[in-house]
Design a protein around this ligand. Structure first.
Ligand SMILES: Cc1ncc(C[n+]2csc(CCOP(=O)(O)OP(=O)(O)O)c2C)c(N)n1
Ligand SMILES: [Mg+2]
Length: 354
């Protein structure tokens, strides 16, 4: 099966073309936008981890290592498309144009962090794989409306063991929907390695059962991610239905800030392979090799990115305090009496403490 689904790669670990058939499509503007967005989300991710450690952000899901997969796929979207992320895909959301202070608010447990102005972004799915049928549903709506929008569902390797994965894939293929199922195979579902999750060698091969194209790409090669995702979106916009993409990648850090990966993963192996796998380093090597690298520009964007993040943090921290009643709202149309009682008791205790 691995032979049937070879990993598509255009730029290798050394930053050199392993397949230069795409050379004509590469412009300086595109390469710079890849680098800018990858640096931006990596800086955001590291800052968010540090905020969590300082007690200024709640539990946070890190994505360092998955930047090429998230940026390459999000940059190939159009403004009116629909994005269905997991809790690990805020890098993709930020690249797509989601609001940074709102992303931070989400990680502080605020419902307001789920709504992004001007972008069709669903709240991150924490229940694994539930977003795949949602994405299929949105794509169905767009198909019926007759517009050219597409949906993308992000999901991890672990999500493929859920019923929702199969339901979403089946529905999308039967109705030939404009949706891309974008898998980031980072090798783990929390502590469970992929060999213990499934008995198939690839995720891409699962497309066969649903009669849709499946491809396997090097998720650390932003060129492969961008170009192959764009092709899948073009097919979807042309009425040719869904595609399953498996982007083979890795997370360098913990599952979340509440996890200790040394309990289930050999840290030495992670450290020793990092130089070869880091997607940002690969792009930097490519840019230096192809004379796209400009030290002054990199310094300028680093400053600009840091300022943007600092401003977003200020906005998040100055956001009006949460209304404690929110805890009880948005679940039932009418609150059942035990919850009504709990709400009253809780509000009394809050008032006592004030
Ligand atoms: C339905 C459901 N079952 C279990 C969990 C607990 N859980 C949270 S993250 C996770 C692992 C998911 O792994 P994967 O899909 O590979 O995504 P990754 O975290 O690697 O990005 C699990 C099992 C959950 N959130 N939802
Ligand atoms: Mg995973």
């Amino acid at each position: 099966m691995e032979e049937l689904y070879p990993i598509i790669q255009y730029v290798n670990e050394e930053g050199e073309f392993s397949d230069d058939s795409i050379k004509e499509e590469i412009t300086a503007e595109l390469v710079h936008s890849f680098y800018y967005h990858m640096l931006r989300i990596r800086t955001f991710d590291r800052k968010a981890k540090s905020l969590q450690r300082q007690g200024r952000l709640g539990t946070y899901a890190l994505f360092e290592g998955q930047e090429a997969a998230q940026v390459g796929s999000a940059l190939s979207l159009k403004k009116d498309d629909w994005v269905f992320p997991t809790y690990r895909d805020h890098g993709a959301l930020l690249t797509f144009g989601a609001n940074m202070p709102k992303v931070l608010l989400y990680w502080n447990g605020r419902a307001e962090g789920n709504l992004h102005p001007d972008r069709n972004v669903f709240p991150p799915a924490v229940p694994i794989a539930t977003q795949l049928p949602h994405a299929a549903g949105a794509a169905w709506a767009d198909k019926r409306k007759g517009n050219k929008n597409v949906s993308i569902a992000y999901f991890g390797d672990g999500a493929t063991s859920e019923g929702d994965f199969h339901e979403g894939m089946n529905f999308a293929s039967v109705f030939k929907l404009p949706v891309v199922f974008f898998n980031q195979n980072n090798g783990y579902a929390i502590s469970v390695p992929i060999e213990k999750q499934m008995n198939s060698k690839t995720i891409a091969q699962k497309s066969v059962a649903y009669g849709m194209p499946g491809i396997r790409i090097d998720g650390n090669d932003i060129f492969a991610v961008y170009i192959e995702t764009k092709k899948a979106f073009d097919r979807a916009r042309n009425g040719d239905g869904p595609t399953l993409i498996e982007a083979v990648t890795q997370r360098f850090g913990a599952h979340t800030t509440a996890d200790d990966p040394t309990k289930y993963r050999d840290q030495h192996e992670v450290d020793s392979t990092r130089d070869q796998l880091d997607p940002l380093l690969r792009l930097e090597r490519f840019m230096k090799d192809q004379t796209y690298w400009d030290e002054k520009w990199v310094q300028e964007i680093s400053i600009q990115i840091n300022e943007e993040i600092e401003e977003a943090i200020v906005e998040m921290e100055n956001f009006p305090k949460a209304n404690v009643e929110d805890l009880f709202d948005h679940v039932f149309e009418e609150l059942p009496w035990p919850l009504q009682e709990q709400k009253e008791q809780y509000l009394q205790s809050v008032r006592r403490d004030q």
